[in-house]
Design a protein around this ligand. Structure first.
Ligand code: NDP
Length: 275
């Protein structure tokens, strides 16, 4: 009798360039399990019914990407603490009675920084640029790493203030406007989508010193606009978000399959697939 193949997927709009099917196939191969992982492009307004249909056809879990992470948070009946903090869900799992929503983006970021890149977070000064969904998902896990302080700066300053206020009970976090940022940080994380259009947030160059590590959540075949800027400013090291992508996927896989895969060989293959 053939072994049953469990079905997972990524829902978003658009999704066609996603590396998630390859990542999850490699994870499953690594531990000798069989899964199918499909891409689901859900037209605007069809998120809820598309998730319901996927459950109906026997799907076991979903990753969720733009623009539906907020929708996924709203429909889940059992959000994890980190999903509740982020008010966004990138991983859905379910039983007949429960729709569980998790947010693995921040944990993926922290795992990439610490384990893959060897970047120390404890007692360090961290700057998070951006206050959108990705930044919101990162704040809780970054504060759990016990930095000396976490400063949030965003083009629309009010959004950084609200984000810092929301997490104030959880650790030393505050908002700052771009022009008042003081030199220099141990780590600067670009959680804006500016690199998507080849732009760099309007940051003072002094935030990058000779020991500063710079990280862009965006990734691609070539260094992002932010990483080019950081290198020109003399950053000690730079990395893009491809490791975060693989690590957040590993956290989703753990939720679904109860095994955390070895990410190093998968990260290597995904990097190669970009070039
Ligand atoms: P959102 O649309 O929720 O937020 C966008 C953010 O970017 C806002 O803070 C916005 O500022 C800021 N921004 C956009 N353009 C500019 C600009 N020209 N200058 C300065 N700030 C700008 O996006 P997300 O938070 O979901 O995603 C942000 C990035 O993170 C994307 O590049 C995404 O690809 C990446 N990401 C990577 C992941 C990974 O696994 N590697 C996972 C999740 C996200 P304002 O508030 O002023 O509009």
């Amino acid at each position: 009798m053939p072994e049953e193949t469990d079905l997972y997927g990524l829902i978003g709009h658009p999704v066609e360039h996603s590396r998630s099917p390859l990542i999850h196939r490699l994870f499953a191969e690594q531990i000798g399990q069989l899964i199918d992982y499909v891409l689901i492009d859900a037209a605007p307004g069809s998120f809820d019914e598309t998730v319901a249909a996927f459950r109906e056809r026997g799907g076991r879990g979903l990753n969720v990407t733009l623009p539906y992470k907020g929708n996924a948070f709203r429909i889940c009946t059992h959000p994890t603490l980190r999903a509740t903090q982020a008010r966004a869900v990138n991983t859905l799992a379910w039983t007949p009675a429960q729709l569980i929503g998790d947010n693995t983006d921040g944990a993926g970021l922290v795992a990439d920084l610490r384990e893959n890149l060897g970047v120390e977070l404890q007692n360090r000064r961290l700057l998070l640029v951006g206050a959108g969904g990705a930044a919101r998902g990162a704040v809780g896990p970054l504060l759990e790493a016990k930095p000396a302080e976490l400063v949030i700066a965003n083009r629309t300053a009010d959004r950084a203030v609200s984000l810092a206020q929301a997490f104030a009970p959880d650790g030393p976090v505050r908002a700052e406007v771009f022009e008042d940022l003081e030199p220099s940080f141990d780590l600067v994380i670009n959680a804006t989508s500016a690199s998507l259009s080849g732009h760099v947030p309007d940051l003072p160059s002094a935030i990058v010193g000779p020991t500063t590590f710079c990280y862009d959540m965006m990734y691609g075949r070539h260094p992002t606009a932010f990483l080019k800027w950081a290198t020109a400013m003399g950053a000690a090291g730079c990395a893009d978000g491809i490791g975060m992508l693989v690590e957040q996927a590993a956290e989703s896989f753990l939720l679904w399959r109860h095994v955390r895969p070895d990410t190093a060989p998968v990260l290597e293959k995904i990097r190669q697939s970009l070039s």
